[in-house]
Ligand binder design. Structure first.
Ligand code: 0X9
Ligand code: ZN
Length: 304
């Protein structure tokens, strides 16, 4: 069987999703978004008790950064709980639909699994047309205030190369298209990352500016943090992404600024282990974090 408290290959994750969808066709619909640079099929998992109700959508993605394995693990755990736990299903699917994209950067993810030397790879795996280097930082590649801060324009930079233009990467194009084609219904977007136990909101591209709705973004984040803390987890540090450190071209800023998603966050999971979160801690940590998503859902359900 599939152990939800373990790290899995992209192929195993896909197979799990397919199996879940075929066992629960009344709850789960899969939408093929396209293929990654290296040809891996990207599937959006749509979980809904009533797809025709036009419920507000909570859109969660994970794994845009290859090495942050705990993020896809959390996204899969969300799917698992929402579908397999009868309590959670009744409570957390009421009045909201969940769209989950568990691995935004499957090529990078597989690269980090391929050898110990590559474990800390972050970027995509596209070949640069202007150098012998590989990869773009997907979270610098979104087309809102693209490249104005916190980026490198060197394709060989291992961390923050923004790409030669916004949305140069098929992977970020697919997330963009999910956001834009559901823009009227997505009320909450959360991009899962690691690490540091931060829950940050726009703007990310600058430390000088907060959205006029920042108090709402801030107070929802604090409720989520409290819910996680009340279940035994670590609280989140809550602030704007730019107050933490300015970096442009993030998916959170695009969701908020271009797709007009009213609540948009980057959630940096876990603290104390940097990027390599031990597999044997997933069993304790994922259920604690789930309580944060439960809190998200109850607020979104109430407000919209
Ligand atoms: O730098 C990032 O992309 C994120 N941190 S990570 O360590 N996972 O790489 C933070 C992104 C916050 N959002 C924006 N700066 N827009
Ligand atoms: Zn990240």
């Amino acid at each position: 069987g599939f152990n939800i408290y373990e790290y899995h290959s992209f192929a195993a994750i896909q197979e799990y999703i397919e199996t879940m969808a075929s066992k629960h066709p009344e709850l789960i619909k899969l939408q093929t978004l396209g293929s990654s640079y290296q040809g891996r099929k990207m599937k959006l998992v749509k979980i809904s008790q009533n797809p025709h109700a036009g419920n507000p959508i909570i859109f969660i993605d994970a794994g845009i950064h290859a090495r942050e394995w705990v993020a896809p693990a959390m996204a899969l755990y969300l799917i698992h709980r929402l579908v397999m736990d009868p309590e959670a299903r009744k409570r957390d699917l009421r009045g909201v639909d969940w769209y989950v994209l568990p691995v935004v950067n499957p090529d990078g993810y597989e690269f980090t699994r391929s050898s110990k030397a590559n474990r800390l790879w972050r970027k995509t795996r596209s070949k640069s047309p202007i150098s012998n280097c590989y990869g773009v930082d997907g979270n610098r590649n979104y087309g809102y205030q693209w490249a104005v801060s916190g980026v490198s324009n060197n394709p060989c930079d291992m961390e923050t190369y923004a790409g030669n233009k916004p949305f140069s990467e098929p992977e970020t194009q697919m997330v963009r298209d999910v956001m834009l084609s559901n823009a009227d219904r997505i009320k909450l977007y959360v991009s899962l990352h690691a690490y540091g136990q931060y829950l940050v909101y726009p703007w990310g591209y600058t430390a000088e500016l907060l959205p006029k709705q920042w108090r709402k973004l801030d107070s929802l984040a604090r409720k989520v943090s409290l819910a996680v803390q009340n279940s035994g987890g670590q609280p989140f540090k809550v602030m704007s992404a730019g107050q933490w450190y300015p970096a442009a071209g993030g998916s959170d800023d695009f969701a908020f600024g271009a797709a007009h998603v009213p609540y948009s966050y980057t959630m940096e999971l876990t603290d104390g282990y940097e990027f390599v979160f031990p597999e044997n801690r997933l069993r304790n940590t994922l259920p604690q974090l789930y309580e944060g998503f439960r809190a998200f859902a109850s607020e979104i359900r109430n407000e919209f």
